[in-house]
Design a protein around this ligand. Structure first.
Ligand code: PHE
Length: 341
């Protein structure tokens, strides 16, 4: 028995010294000192000893237990310290390392112009609408008085989703006029900016996707004079008080009478130059008095109410505003270009 205790003592102290973690250490404690542990097993044999031997063995067993407990406790402290050191080393924070530089972006030049236009119209009591880009041909064409068979509905100009030409990518923001009339109470004053799509090849002035801003006002007694006054005011706020405009007669199926609005060329002051293709004027929008057929089709009494509408190309306004010569730069999103605004 003496031998057994001696052997246990040596073996266990060695094992404890070799532990690397608190879990390992606890496992050893259970193995040696637990209720079903090795020391208990040895003590169970005490019954076989003589009365003289028993107290000697008892004392020796107690010493082994005490030695084991002390060694376990010392090792526990060592391991805890080591774990703390490791953690501190791993979590070291070097406050002298330079911070990461995050490049903050800014608004795209076209959206800078859009935000200006929005706030001008909000100042005049208009609401902003934004809506779907996938449209029913009914809303893009039919309800806007563009009958079946009209050349504007050609497959060569429009991205259709269905063989029967009933669903498409909107070719203009004008269907927003119909949505507004169908969903809002009169009087209506809205602008509706958004993307539109046409089958155009990309060049300096064309893109198959571009942006328009639709505008519309309907109330009792609204006239062409209101249309001109409102648009003149918008252009003056956008480009400066001395900006000259002109209105030319035009044709759109959904307005009558219809017109286009030109702004005097900012480059040559109206003399004629490459920017305005020698015209002295640059066209920025189409507009007119909403056709009574369109009003009636949307359930509005054209005998009582009248309204005007316009649609302007946003890219063109941004090009002019920032003196950019090529439409493609707007969409390429080259940061070296965008950073300049
Ligand atoms: N939707 C027309 C276009 O895309 C512009 C327009 C809008 C004309 C509203 C009149 C009234 O050219």
């Amino acid at each position: 028995m003496k031998e057994l205790l001696k052997e246990l003592r040596e073996r266990s102290l060695q094992a404890i010294a070799g532990t690397d973690s608190a879990e390992e250490l606890e496992a050893l404690r259970v193995q040696y000192l637990g209720k079903k542990g090795e020391l208990t097993a040895i003590l169970k044999q005490m019954g076989k000893l003589t009365a003289d031997e028993r107290p000697v063995m008892g004392q020796m067993a107690n010493e082994v237990r005490a030695a084991l407990e002390e060694t376990l406790e010392k090792r526990r402290k060592v391991l805890a310290e080591r774990a703390l050191e490791l953690r501190l080393a791993a979590e070291t924070l070097d406050v002298t390392v330079p911070g990461e530089v995050h490049n903050l972006g800014h608004r795209h030049p076209m959206y800078i112009v859009l935000d200006e236009i929005k706030s001008i119209f909000i100042g005049m009591g208009f609401d902003i609408l934004e809506d779907r880009e996938v449209e029913l041909a009914d809303y893009n064409f039919t309800k806007l008085n563009v009958e079946e068979g009209h050349p504007a509905r050609e497959w060569s100009d429009t991205f259709y989703f269905t063989e029967d030409s009933s669903i498409l990518l909107r070719t203009q923001t004008s269907p927003m006029q119909v949505h507004a009339m169908e969903s809002r109470q009169l009087p209506i004053r809205i602008i509706a900016p958004g993307r539109v799509y046409r089958k155009d090849e990309v060049d300096a002035t064309h893109s198959p996707m571009f942006h328009q801003i639709e505008g519309m006002a309907i109330d009792r007694g609204v006239t062409m004079g209101d249309l001109k006054g409102t648009l003149n005011e918008v252009v003056k706020q956008l480009y400066g008080a001395d900006t000259k405009t002109r209105f030319r007669p035009h044709h759109f199926p959904f307005t009558e009478p219809s017109c286009e609005m030109d702004v005097q060329c900012h480059k040559c002051g109206g003399k004629g130059c490459p920017t305005c293709k020698g015209e002295g004027w640059i066209e920025i929008l189409g507009a007119g008095m909403i056709h009574p057929k369109v009003l009636t089709g949307c359930g509005i009494d054209a005998g009582v109410y009248s309204g005007w509408a316009f649609g302007m190309g946003l890219e063109r306004l941004a090009l002019r505003r920032f003196n950019i010569s090529d439409l493609r730069l707007i969409f390429e999103n080259d940061v070296r270009f965008l950073e300049q605004f």
